[in-house]
Design a protein around this ligand. Structure first.
Ligand code: BGC
Ligand code: BGC
Length: 850
């Protein structure tokens, strides 16, 4: 068997390894030299600082600085996560800040009450002001991602995600949402929100597209200003940044929305002018509005990481754009800077970062930063400047006085007024894409079937950054006070004497309905887990389409309500719908949808459709980068499109249906498992018993725990999977699809199966990689000797020519397992970044002799 492998097998070292890393850094450094010459600061407007220099305030800072030890100063530059830090630590290390990450709560309790949040905040504050052992009292600042309401706390009002707000084209609404959000946050004793995101998105495959207001920089600019004013209050007013108001963050500086292929934390390769005019648009209004903090971005610009970008952080942001607040890092984002690790990164501070966001490993980073400050690797002046900026914001925000009129107050979190505001925002966010025969608005006195798995599903309508980080794992009880879309429909309809019946699968029991409303769309996701390889909706399994068709075939008019964090290719679903509403991710107030879908009992429009597209809508599956600023702009629905009820428009029922991802356009990498399995592929444990589908990130196992699949970290949280085979009997783990997929183009275009691999326990018995193509069709490639060559515990890259599997009988026109790993004996194998990569079969790949 082994003889079938060609001799020229090379396992290329994983580029996340140290060696590759230092090679990278060298070339990055060389490049920087060259690039400095080419920067052009004049493409950036020259802005005055938002607030005039306040001599008394600066004198107060001088006084504090003169009394602070170097240890205290370094402590101010550290932000740790509440799971990993205690008030005692805050006191001992003089930490400047804490944050709660997505899905972290006081006492690890999802149902922590506002009082619990406040109590923890009081404890941190008291610790920061405790000078019993000497030292200088500096109040701590607590930051949280209140990005669509105070979304980490159960019971808060959840507003539509930014993309939906972008559809409303209503800056004044944004201001009110900012104000209301600030009030809910203030109740819990949190001082600072990591919002707004002012990304201007270019490639809709980016998993954070919904955090962006629009692909149009002008909209982002208008909204950023109002959101900052809503959250912080107006500069010049007495309660600016204090009382009912918070400290806001403009993030992520800069160019996060423009990475190649929409890859989170990727590289934005654009000329400086475009960076300034498109990607920085939000900063150009947020800064003059007085935003006090800016978060550095994970991404790179032309190959250089923002966390280490002196030109952008210092020369541009702080000098040219007049920013006198502080720059906070993103979650361990400094570790991407050449030469840095999570624990040590003088380069980021030297480049202009003022505060590290270092959730768990803060102690080591603190110690290293202190040592670098002592040795002079971090200059004294830079360090003073960083601390000065942090103190300036803390003083401006009144943290020393702890002025908190709303802390612990009842009747604010999730109150009726806020929910009414969110409901208004939902109404304004709806974009009517298709309304043939003027089906909408509907009369509520009818007999209405409500179908689709989004109809009565608060998780789905709320999306990511909702109670948990990815918005997954939530149930009804996590949303007290919220209303599903169905509940909204039901109350509108029953009040008018009609009847609304919920049946997710669209089964009709009894009388045929007059009309069906089908609510469907994307499952919740957040940063980087939400990146997709294709904008095709339900790639490989068109379940919702089948539901729409089934209803249509019975002569029932169909209204589709589509929940999504971005435009997707839905031509088939559009063809199968009479009316189609893009509803984005509306949040907790699902009733806003019925407000617009239905007339009042007398047939009068109550609230017309006013939303217009904040993002262009694609006609073809390859149009993931689509906006009026690029050449060849041919969308299905242009930026700004949106029908009003009664408006004459006939969208064809025969939009092109060719162009499925695997068949159309230029062939791109097929993602099988990139941080998680990618639709239509899912992980399945196949042992002696029933197959076990691995869902989410929790560990799963088959019978007798003979095979266990767990999520582990390679570069980032849970971006790899570990397969443990106990070896009680042979078994396998497969990346399978429910319906066989036609991947023959990959074979025709010289693709390789490529993945990162780590062996933690070497195989003693045969192991193979398989491609399965239906019941009786399996191509089996022995892998034991390849795996045995790897250094245990180290990541490596492996690439296998797909042709190899063809020779061994694979039929790529009908692939049911894009890859499976089978082991006869004990083995511990971890894999990540599993893809088919066109044109990648080369001398470095594992190939087979003919
Ligand atoms: C995100 C930020 C967020 C931070 C804290 C990061 O991973 O990129 O947007 O503010 O985590 O949760
Ligand atoms: C945290 C998020 C954070 C992310 C970044 C998660 O574990 O909860 O807040 O943004 O990690 O990696």
């Amino acid at each position: 068997m082994a003889g079938l492998l060609a001799s020229a097998i090379t396992l290329v070292g994983c580029d996340t390894g140290d060696q590759a890393h230092s090679a990278d850094s060298a070339s990055v450094e060389e490049n920087t030299e060259a690039k400095v010459e080419s920067f052009d600061i004049t493409v950036w407007p020259e802005l005055q600082p938002a607030l005039a220099v306040d001599a008394a305030l600066e004198a107060r800072i001088d006084d504090l600085l003169s009394r602070m030890t170097l240890e205290e100063k370094v402590g101010q530059m550290i932000q740790a996560e509440i799971k990993y830090v205690t008030p005692e630590d805050v006191k001992n290390y003089h930490l400047g800040s804490v944050l709660n990450g997505g899905g972290t709560y006081p006492n690890n309790d999802k149902f922590a009450t506002p009082q619990d949040w406040l109590a923890l905040s009081e404890a941190f504050f008291a610790a920061s002001m405790d000078t019993a052992d000497g030292g200088t009292a500096i109040p701590i600042i607590w930051g949280s991602d209140a990005v669509h309401g105070h979304n980490n706390i159960v019971g808060a009002t959840l507003y539509p995600h930014n993309i939906g707000l972008g559809a409303a084209r209503d800056p004044e609404l944004i201001r009110r949402i900012g104000e209301a959000t600030a009030r809910e946050v203030a109740v819990t004793g949190v001082d600072w929100t990591f919002a707004p995101t002012v990304a201007v998105v270019r490639d809709d495959r980016w998993g954070r597209t919904y955090e962006s207001y629009s692909e149009d920089p002008e909209i982002v600019k208008a909204y950023a200003e109002e959101m900052v004013k809503g959250l912080q209050g107006e500069k010049g007013q007495e309660d600016f940044l204090r009382g009912k108001n918070l400290v806001a963050t403009a993030k992520h500086f800069v160019g996060d929305g423009g990475t190649v292929r929409g890859i989170d934390r990727g590289d934005n390769i654009v000329p400086e002018k475009e960076l300034a005019e498109v990607h920085a648009a939000g900063y150009l209004s947020a800064l003059p509005a007085g935003v006090q903090t800016v978060m550095a971005s994970f991404n790179s610009w032309n190959g250089d990481r923002l966390h280490g970008h002196k030109y952008l952080l210092t020369d541009v942001l702080k000098e040219r754009l007049g920013f006198d607040g502080f720059v906070v890092g993103d979650w361990n984002g400094h570790r991407f800077v050449p030469g840095c690790t999570v624990d040590s990164c003088a380069a980021a501070i030297n480049a202009g970062l003022d505060m590290f966001m270092v959730p768990s490993d803060w102690k080591k980073l603190y110690e290293n930063t202190l040592a670098q400050a002592k040795s002079g690797e971090i200059g004294a002046e830079r360090l003073e400047d960083a601390v000065r900026r942090i103190l300036r914001v803390k003083i401006r925000a009144g943290l020393f006085e702890r002025n908190r009129p709303l802390a612990g107050k009842d009747g604010i979190l999730g109150n009726d007024a806020h929910r009414a505001l969110a409901r208004e925002a939902v109404r304004k966010s709806l974009v009517l894409l298709k309304n043939n025969d003027n089906l909408l608005p509907l009369k509520p006195s009818q007999n209405i079937l409500v179908a689709g798995d989004g109809a009565h599903n608060l998780s789905k309508q709320s999306g990511g950054w909702t109670i948990s980080w990815q918005g997954t794992g939530n149930t009804r009880e996590d949303f007290p006070g919220a209303t599903t879309i169905f509940e909204g429909i039901e109350s509108a309809v029953s009040a008018a004497g009609g009847k609304a019946v919920l049946n997710e699968n669209g089964e009709i029991d009894g009388e045929k309905p007059d009309v069906a409303i089908v609510v469907f769309g994307e499952e919740p996701y957040a940063e980087w887990h939400g990146d997709i390889a294709s904008i095709e909706y339900q790639l490989g399994h068109k379940k919702d389409l089948a539901l729409l068709k089934k209803l249509r075939e019975q002569g029932i008019p169909v209204v589709s309500v589509f929940l999504s964090g971005r435009p997707l290719w839905v031509n088939k679903e559009l063809n199968a719908s009479d009316a189609f509403v893009a509803a984005w991710l509306p949040g907790s107030e699902g009733a806003g949808i019925a407000d617009v879908l239905f007339t009042d009992a007398d047939g009068q429009v109550q609230h017309d459709f006013t939303g217009t597209l904040p993002f262009s809508w694609p006609e073809y599956v390859h149009q993931s980068v689509l906006n009026p600023y690029h050449e060849g702009y041919e969308p299905l629905f242009a930026l700004g499109y949106g029908l009003a009820a009664g408006e004459e428009s006939l969208v064809s029922n025969s939009l092109t249906e060719d162009g499925e991802t695997y068949a159309a356009g230029a062939l791109e990498d097929a993602w099988l498992m990139v941080s998680r399995p990618r639709a239509p592929w899912g992980l399945v444990i196949q042992d002696s018993g029933e197959p076990v589908a691995v869902t989410g990130n929790r560990a799963s196992s088959g019978e007798d725990e003979n095979i266990v699949v767990a999520s582990i970290d390679m570069e980032s949280q849970e971006d790899a999977r570990q397969f443990e085979f106990k070896g009680l009997r042979p078994g396998k783990v497969r990346l399978g699809a429910e319906k066989p997929q036609d991947l023959s183009r990959y074979v025709n275009e010289g693709a390789a199966l490529s993945f990162d691999v780590r062996v933690d326990r070497k195989p003693e018995l045969p192991v193979s990689a398989l491609i399965e193509c239906g019941e009786e069709c399996v191509a089996d490639l022995p892998l034991q000797s390849e795996l045995a060559k790897l250094e245990p515990g180290s990541w490596a890259k492996m690439s296998i020519d797909l042709q190899c599997f063809v020779e061994r009988g694979a039929d790529f026109s009908s692939v049911s397992s894009a890859v499976a790993f089978a082991s006869e004996g004990p083995l511990q194998l971890s894999v990540a970044n599993v893809k088919y990569v066109p044109d990648a079969a080369n001398a470095d790949s594992i190939r087979c002799e003919g």
